[in-house]
Write a protein that binds this ligand. Structure first.
Ligand code: NAD
Length: 297
């Protein structure tokens, strides 16, 4: 049995920690939110009173936090001073490449094995244990990292050295942001043209308009029962998080001198939707912007 510390039990971390417990591991869980901690306890995790306490006896430490500043702070103040020597440290949050590399350097200097291992697959994938992991780590550490990730994953791919997992993730999410917007625009147009949205789904999902945004995460309620569109766009992947990822992609593109005009448009549209009050809603709720329902009148 592996002792796993899990820090950050939100929309994603909650399901991921539950799958570690389901696999028979002893999971010590911590989050700042009491509701999140209670859910993890109900799923078989034991509750720690701080991140420092959670990591003390752990063989592996997994973090699933909002952004780079949270990861940097939790590592510097809680994990690195308190984790057991030799523990495998895996950050699954989506953060900027610089923060991932900085934390990796600190962890390595303190004698730990570290991986940035952001994920794809959404809340449903987190709950089902079918996430895709993109891993940045030393080649020699990959087998140990993959073993820890196993109960949460359907695919674990080493992207390269530290930071490469985050580079893969921001490129992936730039595609996701753009395809979700394109899918929402198409649903709004279909509706205006008098085409039943359900019929459009049926046709596009078997045609060249097919994408993950359409067939796994359909923004129109109905065709994909697990999608956040069926629960008022609550939970899922918050618009504010998508905006964070699109900003990361634009910052990276500016530094690398890459042309990403659709990524820039997607960032602008999600920034607008966020300013109009959509920040806490799942990112597929941007459909309502194209339907003319936002701002509410
Ligand atoms: P969330 O806001 O639901 O969860 C984040 C959790 O971290 C919250 O419960 C919060 O209380 C906790 N937290 C914040 N600071 C903390 C601290 N100092 N110590 C302990 N806990 C702390 O967010 P989420 O949707 O679960 O996303 C988490 C990460 O996963 C983000 O980086 C996001 O970009 C990424 N991600 C999300 C999805 C998705 O579909 N939701 C998919 C892939 C990747």
């Amino acid at each position: 049995m592996t002792r796993v510390a899990f820090i950050g039990l939100g929309n994603m971390g909650g399901g991921m920690a539950a799958n570690q417990a389901k696999a028979g591991h002893e999971v010590s869980a911590f989050d700042l939110s009491k509701a999140a901690v209670d859910t993890a306890a109900a799923a078989g995790c034991s509750v720690a009173t701080s991140a420092a306490e959670a990591v003390r006896d752990a063989d592996a430490v997994i973090t699933m936090l909002p952004a780079g500043q949270h990861v940097r702070a939790v590592y510097a103040e809680q994990i690195l001073p308190n984790a057991r020597p030799g523990a495998v440290l895996i950050d699954c949050s989506t953060i900027d490449v610089e923060s991932a590399r900085a934390v990796a350097a600190q962890a390595k200097a303190a004698g730990f094995r570290f991986a940035d291992a952001p994920v794809s697959g959404g809340q449903a994938g987190a709950e089902a244990g079918t996430l895709a992991f993109m891993v940045g780590c030393d080649e020699v550490d990959f087998a140990a990292v993959e073993a820890v990730i196993g109960p949460m994953s359907r695919a674990t791919i080493r992207a390269g050295d530290h930071g490469a997992g985050q580079a893969a993730k921001i490129c992936n999410n730039m595609v996701l942001g753009a395809t979700m917007i394109a899918t929402c625009e198409a649903f709004a147009l279909a509706e205006k043209l008098g085409l039943e949205p359900e019929r459009f789904f049926e046709i596009a999902s078997k045609s060249s308009g097919q994408s993950w945004s359409l067939t796994s995460y359909c923004p129109w309620p109905g065709p994909v029962p697990a999608a956040p569109s069926n629960r008022g766009y609550e939970g899922g992947f918050a618009t504010a998080m998508m905006l964070k990822d699109l900003k990361l992609a634009q910052e990276a593109a500016a530094k690398a001198g890459a042309a990403t005009p659709l990524g820039a448009q997607a960032e602008g549209l999600y920034a607008l939707f966020d300013r109009l009050g959509g920040g806490a809603k799942d990112f597929s709720a941007i459909l309502e912007l194209f339907r003319g329902n936002i701002p509410a009148n």
